[in-house]
Every structure is written in C-alpha cells, then in structure tokens.
Design a protein around this ligand. Structure first.
Ligand SMILES: Nc1ncnc2c1ncn2[C@@H]1O[C@H](COP(=O)(O)OP(=O)(O)OP(=O)(O)O)[C@@H](O)[C@H]1O
Length: 266
C-alpha cells in the first residue's frame, strides 16, 4: 500500500467544561509523526472527550489542537478529515444490509466532492472514477484481511470483521492520522491479538500516526510506543508503556477505581 506523509498532532492546554464539570482540564500532549500513541485512563477520565475535541465533535472551552500547521479547533469535522485526520467509531455506524465494499466506499465518497451530499445524490461520479475508488477500497480491505468478504453484507460478518470494516472505512479517507476509539471493545482475546497485529501493520506499512483510545491494557502495552494517561480530566503521566506502568500516580488512579480496568492494568 502507498505510504503517506504525516504531521505532528499537538494538543495544548485543552479544557472542556460541561457546566461546572471539567471533562478535560489543561490537557497537553503530542502525537509524533508515525507514532502509535495510546490515550488511557479509568472510566470517566476524559478519553472520549479528548477524542471528540480532536475529531471536531466537541468544541474545546479553551486551548488548541494543531495538526502540522493547521489549527484544527477552527475546522469542522469534514474539513479535519480532508486534512488527514480520520476516525473510526466505537459503535460503528455501518449499514448492516450493505456490503463491505459499499460501506468502505462511503469513506471514499467522504474524501471527494463534498462528502455525504454527493454520496446521497450520487451525481458527480463517473463510472471510471467509481471504479478507481472501488479498486482502492478493495485494496484497503485486502490489507485489513477482509478482502474475501468484499461482497458480503456487513450484518452477516463476525464481530471482529465488522470492526475491521470500520477501520477500513476510516482508512478509505486516506488519513495521515488515524483516531481509533476502543477498537478492541467487545472482542475476545484471539480477536484482540489479531487486531493488535493489524493496527501495528497499518502504522508500519502506511507510515501514518495512530491515536488509540483503549481500555484493553494488554493491547495498549503491547503495541503503543507512547502512552498518555488521563485521570479526572488531567494528564497524570506521559511516557513509554514501561514508564507509565511503573508510575505510582497511574497505579493509584487504576487501583482507586472499582471498574474492571484495575484488574486489566496488572
Ligand atoms: N456530553 C456530555 N455532557 C455532560 N458531561 C459529559 C459529556 N460527555 C462526557 N461528560 C463527562 O465528562 C467526563 C469525562 O467523560 P469521558 O466520556 O470523556 O471519559 P472516558 O475516559 O472516555 O470514559 P469511559 O472510559 O467510561 O468511556 C465524565 O465525567 C462524563 O460524565
């Protein structure tokens, strides 16, 4: 697959308030070009909020998010996608009756000609253009190991494959930074291990950066080169997996919660 060039993502002093609640409080971290960077933390720590600020679903109350020379906070989600910031969703909004190819093609439509409007009307595409995009979508599916299911409705696929379709659709936008929101949620151990290999391949072969929000501590520690840890909306640690695992603040944050992560962290 063709390699891309990517840029540094800089999150600087981002604060996000919901009324009196600080979902994010002065959060800063940097995703280096080509890094596989994980954002972790106990339930309610602010991971999704941070993800949503970066992808443009939420507007930060203060602070800045830049990707290369672009100040992302000024742009709407579609514009961010065209700048190369692509995201896969935790609860994939895939169409179960459509084939894998059609679902992934939605990502291509978003890439060209004004996105969903053009997609809905299907006006501006010529046959040749459509074939070119379909070939690229098929290539992406092959790369993700779902090439054999190209013409299968998504609703008939096993769960692990559905998550790959979601990632394929995000990659179809040709992002240079891929945002993955809990890709291993609901997966069994075997599926998670396979997914870890796929995520690593995506980074290695495409040369893009990946920001991963994930509960599965094993997966994070296995594949991330850098980890930022949030707790109560603040960054409490930032470093290599080994560094953050040994950090007393991180240990305290996880042991202090009664969610399942405390056992996964050990
Ligand atoms: N739309 C919203 N309105 C009000 N409060 C919100 C909203 N979204 C998130 N919050 C609050 O912000 C805080 C951070 O939530 P967030 O979902 O970002 O955490 P998280 O780390 O992703 O948690 P989880 O691991 O449970 O998904 C929580 O206290 C949450 O209740």
């Amino acid at each position: 697959m063709e390699r891309m060039t990517t840029a540094e993502l800089r999150v600087r002093e981002v604060t996000l308030r919901f009324g009196g609640l600080y979902a994010l409080d002065d959060v800063s971290f940097t995703v280096a070009p080509g890094a596989l960077h994980a954002l972790i933390g106990p339930n309610g720590a602010g991971k999704s909020s941070c993800f949503n600020v970066i992808s443009g679903l939420y507007r930060a109350s203060a602070g800045s998010v830049t990707f290369g020379e672009h100040e992302l906070t000024a742009y709407r989600p579609n514009r961010r996608a065209r700048l190369g910031v692509g995201r896969a969703f935790q609860n994939a909004a895939l169409s179960p009756h459509s084939t894998v190819l059609d679902n992934v093609m939605l990502g291509r439509y978003a890439l060209t000609r004004g996105g969903f409007l053009a997609c809905g009307l299907r006006l501006p595409w010529t046959r040749r253009e459509e074939r070119r995009h379909a070939a690229r979508a098929a290539e992406i599916c092959d790369f993700l190991g779902i090439g054999a299911a190209l013409h299968t409705p998504v609703g008939g696929l096993p769960y692990g494959a559905v998550k790959r379709v979601d990632i394929a659709r995000a990659l179809a936008v040709e992002p240079s930074l891929l945002l993955l929101d809990e890709p291993a949620a609901g997966m069994n151990a075997a599926e998670t291990a396979e997914l870890a290999g796929t995520i690593r391949d995506v980074r290695d072969e495409l040369g893009i950066s990946i920001l991963l929000v994930e509960h599965d501590m094993g997966l994070v520690m296995d594949i991330a080169d850098r980890v930022t840890v949030l707790d109560f909306g603040r960054v409490i640690a930032d470093g290599t997996p080994a560094e953050v695992q040994a950090d007393p603040e991180v240990v305290k944050a996880y042991l202090g919660t009664d969610n399942t992560e405390s056992t996964e962290a050990g």
